[in-house]
Write a protein that binds this ligand. Structure first.
Ligand code: ZN
Length: 513
């Protein structure tokens, strides 16, 4: 039987500033999916990177008085360096300006669309938001003519550009998304994409003059006066990093991971839905390449009720940077807050106090305390040795715990399939709750006292209780390993009796503050 193969990507952020917590949310979500699928025995490739070719990077470098290459290099390194503080397990990291794999792939994508008759030259004049790197129609602008994402007035731009014939793909895109062959979650975002398509798709400008791009970016093949539109360039990373446009082994890697995966999953923020649900699939259709199968859309984080943006990151202070938070509170505490407190829909407001309270309540008092309690009882009543032999028939008191353990993997998997990370955690949290209730009902300390005065049946019930609780803790170690890998590994080690007995009990998650 062939192993199922899954490709998971994050978007690639432009690097005009160091990373902020909002993007950490997407990285951690993608990491959970990658770990979950690996745990299930699937072949996984998890990819992230940086969009170096954005005009915003050029403007930020000009403002700082340094070269674009220097600015991009410095900030891209800060993104790549999130790997350790956030415990990310990505398999590849692409930088679009310096990675030798990228440009040949983007050029090939361009030529494939040109060959399909979908690229043509046209004089154009429109309102362009540099923050979004896109043209807006007057009707799409906020009152006063401002960009709906940035609140700034887009500049009027007039030049001859290459255009992509998006209008040709209107009906096919609507059908693909409406039928679920290109699945967009949650449903509200699918409906948003369908409404955008139903409103009519205009061809979009796919190049910029070299002068307006300040000479930064990938030149249009055969037209050195133009560079390829940065979104076209950036979206291409999903296939160029895999070797699309390369020869030999690298082309084989592309076929393996893009054409050969049963699921191609893009995780994206709500603000870039249109590019991933409309522009990108249309480019792929034009080039004759397979489409993504899934687009999981998350909402935004806010601080003090305001969207965390790179321009506002300075105001929020470096204290809210993901690496700084992980350094201060620990990787698991940061991941736990992002996954446990951020709802699937609706923006979530970050405050360090919430992160601390959540970690102390759930990880120190909840999971950590449960496991320490169970290991301590195994030591106190059985010298650290777990009862040998097959598990006896669970008594009635143990049934809700056994049921929670049995149901959690399926419930968590279904929740993750819908990109609902909070619901996936809730499925496993049910096991924590049932284990604590079981301890209160079974009262192992009373069973131990009865056994000491000669009640052999109480001794057998104690064995069964300690066995059931240890199995539940092991299940929690597996279940939570995609979410809080560090703590989950400590739980697994605490419940490991391969040396004949469990290690001495210890605090698994000391309170933070
Ligand atoms: Zn904008």
């Amino acid at each position: 039987m062939r192993t199922e193969r899954i490709y998971i990507s994050t978007t690639i952020p432009y690097v005009n500033a160091p990373p902020h917590l909002g993007f950490a949310l997407e990285l951690v979500q993608a990491d959970v999916l990658a770990r979950q699928h690996r745990l299930a025995g699937r072949e996984v490739r998890f990819q992230t990177g940086t969009d170096d070719n954005s005009l915003k990077n050029v403007l930020a470098a000009e403002a700082d008085g340094i070269s674009v290459g220097e600015l991009v290099g410095r900030n891209a390194a800060a993104y790549a360096a999130l790997r350790e503080p956030l415990a990310l397990s990505f398999d590849d990291f692409i930088r679009t300006s310096s990675d030798p794999r990228h440009r040949p792939g983007v050029e090939r994508l361009w030529r494939a669309c040109l060959a399909s008759g979908d690229l043509y030259q046209k004089d154009y004049s429109g309102r362009y938001c540099v923050g979004c790197e896109q043209f807006y129609k007057p009707a799409e602008l906020a009152p006063g003519g401002a960009c709906p994402e940035h609140g700034t007035r887009p500049e009027r731009v007039t030049e001859e550009n290459w255009f992509f014939r998006l209008s040709r793909y209107e009906a096919r895109l609507h059908d693909l998304i409406g039928s679920g062959r290109l699945r967009i979650e949650p449903a509200a975002r699918r409906n948003e994409a369908l409404a955008f398509i139903a409103g009519g798709l205009d061809d979009f400008s796919a190049s910029r003059s070299v002068a307006r791009a300040r000479g930064w970016g990938i030149p249009v093949p055969g037209d050195p006066g133009q560079v390829i539109y940065v979104w076209w360039d950036a979206l291409g990373n999903y296939v160029t990093a895999l070797g699309y446009g390369a020869g030999g082994d690298r082309a084989a890697a592309y076929r393996h991971w893009w054409a050969g995966s049963s699921r191609r999953v893009h995780l994206v923020g709500k603000g870039v839905l249109r590019f991933h649900a409309v522009y990108w699939p249309a480019i792929l259709l034009s080039a004759g390449l397979p489409l993504p199968t899934d687009i999981g859309v998350h909402d935004y984080l806010t601080i003090g009720g305001r969207k965390i943006s790179k321009s506002a990151a300075g105001a929020a202070g470096p204290a809210s940077g993901p690496a700084e938070l992980a350094g201060r509170y620990g990787t698991d505490a940061v991941r736990w807050w992002l996954l446990r407190d951020v709802p699937r829909s609706g923006d979530a407001d970050f405050a360090a106090g919430r992160l601390v309270a959540r970690a102390n309540e759930d990880l120190a008092n909840g999971l950590g305390n449960l496991v320490s309690r169970v290991v301590t009882m195994v030591h106190r009543y059985r010298q650290g040795r777990l009862p040998s032999g097959p598990a006896g028939r669970a008594d009635a008191e143990a049934r809700p715990l056994a049921a929670a353990c049995r149901d959690a993997p399926g419930r968590a998997g279904a929740a993750l399939d819908g990109y609902d990370f909070r619901a996936a955690i809730a499925a496993w949290w049910e096991v924590v709750g049932q284990a604590n209730r079981y301890i209160e009902r079974a009262e192992p300390w009373r069973l131990a006292a009865a056994e000491r005065v000669g009640d052999a049946a109480a001794g057998r019930r104690l064995d069964a209780a300690l066995g059931a609780l240890t199995r539940a803790c092991r299940a929690l170690a597996d279940g939570f390993s995609p979410f809080v890998p560090g703590l989950a590994a400590r739980v697994a080690a605490a419940c490991d009796d391969s040396a004949g007995r469990l290690p001495a009990p210890q605090a698994l998650f000391p309170r933070i503050g």
